[in-house]
Ligand binder design. Structure first.
Ligand code: PAF
Length: 271
């Protein structure tokens, strides 16, 4: 596995692979890799000749007072995991934006709800960095986790609207044995907080298994089961459009975001 820190070197290598007719797969991450990230790498690995993984904690997608400074990092451990998964190139840039970088990419509509409403500017930061990375890696295929279901929908829309020749693939959410959705931020949780964090997946599972069709009744059930310190949202939405639903008459998904202690967690479940 080669490790690259310079944008030009990354683009040069990817262009060379392309000119040799090789398919390039890409998994962008912010590091502190867990089984969820590794499962995305396996999807890209199985469908491409070359696998590129990036690790970059993107300042543009963090709001004031969020955990940019304290975001967990483990460069050495992450590199060993990428190597083990058969990654060909690990991109570890110090920065992705040159001085005076002034371009932003914004998807409207889909970003109005859920995390878009609770974290102003977050998705603009995500789409700006992902489009920058797509321009460097020029991947045939890129894989994003369904844990960030709204992010996946927003990136799909951006890719379609800009006509980028990248196949965006969703990888299933990976849970710990106790049901907690894997997240780099789980590292912040104390034992007591982790026990309460399980109420997110517990509430979503109970909603999915209840057989209730009316979304107000479903949400009442979910609210009653959450043991969190601050709820950002609990919503049931159309799985395609992310628009609200009154009854489950089409594929739907339940979404939750909440703070347990100081840690903000998200989860979602197909209904
Ligand atoms: O999902 C993430 O880890 C990030 O939002 C991403 C897609 C790597 C962009 O920084």
């Amino acid at each position: 596995m080669q490790t690259v820190r310079q944008c030009e070197a990354l683009q040069g290598q990817c262009l060379e692979w392309r000119s040799q007719g090789l398919r390039v797969g890409f998994v962008p991450t912010m590091g502190f890799l867990h089984e969820g990230h590794l499962s995305l790498m396996r999807i890209a690995r199985s469908r491409c000749d070359k696998l590129v993984v990036s690790i970059y904690v993107n300042p543009l997608q963090f709001g004031p007072g969020e955990d940019l400074e304290s975001y967990p990092r483990d460069e050495e451990g992450d590199a060993a995991k990428c190597d083990q998964e058969g990654c060909d190139l690990l991109f570890l840039p110090h920065s992705l934006y040159s001085e005076g970088h002034s371009t932003r990419v914004r998807v409207e509509g889909l970003t109005n709800r859920l995390c878009g409403a609770n974290r102003p500017g977050h998705f603009e930061g995500v789409t700006t960095v992902v489009s920058r990375l797509f321009g460097l890696v020029l991947p045939h295929l890129a894989v994003f986790g369904e844990k960030d279901f709204q992010q996946l929908a927003v990136i799909r829309r951006m890719t379609r609207d800009l006509g980028l020749p990248v196949e965006v693939v969703g990888g299933p959410l990976v849970r710990d044995l106790d049901g907690l959705a894997l997240s780099s931020r789980n590292a912040y949780l104390s034992t007591e907080e982790r026990a309460r964090a399980l109420s997110l997946s517990g509430a979503l599972r109970a909603m999915a298994e209840s057989g209730i069709q009316d979304t107000s009744d479903l949400l009442r059930l979910g609210h009653g089961l959450l043991e969190v310190d601050e709820l950002d949202y609990l919503e049931v939405l159309d799985a395609e459009t992310l628009e609200p639903l009154e009854v489950l008459d089409r594929p739907a998904r339940a979404f939750v975001a909440a703070r347990v202690g100081r840690t903000r967690l998200i989860d979602n479940w197909a209904l």
